[in-house]
Design a protein around this ligand. Structure first.
Ligand SMILES: Cc1cc2nc3c(=O)[nH]c(=O)nc-3n(C[C@H](O)[C@H](O)[C@H](O)COP(=O)(O)O)c2cc1C
Length: 185
């Protein structure tokens, strides 16, 4: 797929087929993670691929994280069940983790690189017909999730990428950029 075509056609996919994604394919997709602009070449990333029984455990943690956040709300249980189900319906989840630099400026620059690295994973997957969905939500700050992933105190959970073969590709909606471009000549 042409790069520019991938940029325009990639969508965040919510509904996946039951088809498994091979570990070789995931491994290959992940090789694109580090190929982003990265000040000081700090390479702040690591990833954890979660599938199978482990994904069932993570789905349960997601349910509990949503329940905690929505405690007292009338539809908390329904939302929590839905959140759990979303994780059970994808082929795998990739947790994208940033090593936090003690210097705030470097940490901010590293986060920019992390976002690009995450997008590289999404684009490489898209190129192979695999959809993904970037989730943050209550999970990324949940101590139980951090413990389950064995995150150190000097790490940030940047993304939980749900991945799999798309069942439905959503329509895109974007404001054309033209009205927001200023030229100074
Ligand atoms: C940093 C970041 C965090 C996101 N977190 C969530 C999330 O927690 N829940 C969610 O539904 N979508 C989340 N998204 C996905 C966006 O909603 C999605 O990319 C957006 O709807 C645009 O859709 P597209 O990717 O198909 O263009 C997140 C995206 C980014 C970049």
């Amino acid at each position: 797929m042409e790069l520019v075509e991938a940029l325009k056609t990639r969508r965040s996919v919510r509904r996946f087929t039951q088809d498994p994604v091979s570990e070789e394919t995931v491994q290959e997709i992940l090789t694109y993670t580090p190929w982003v602009p990265n000040h000081h070449l700090s390479e702040p990333w690591r990833v954890i691929v979660v599938r199978g029984e482990s994904l069932q455990q993570l789905a349960r943690l997601r349910q509990q994280a949503v329940l905690k956040k929505r405690a007292g709300e009338p539809n908390a249980h329904m939302r929590a069940e839905k959140a759990q189900q979303e994780f059970l319906e994808c082929a795998l989840v990739v947790a994208v983790i940033q090593k936090l630099d003690p210097n705030p400026t470097r940490q901010e620059e590293d986060y920019a690189a992390m976002a690009m690295a995450t997008y590289n994973i999404m684009l490489a997957a898209w190129d192979r017909g695999i959809g993904s969905y970037w989730n943050t939500g209550p999970m990324v700050h949940d101590p139980a999730v951090h413990e389950w992933l064995n995150l150190s105190g000097e790490e940030r959970l940047v993304a939980l990428l749900r991945m799999g073969y798309p069942e439905i590709i959503p329509q895109a909606r974007r404001t054309p950029i033209e009205s927001r471009i200023q030229w100074r000549r």
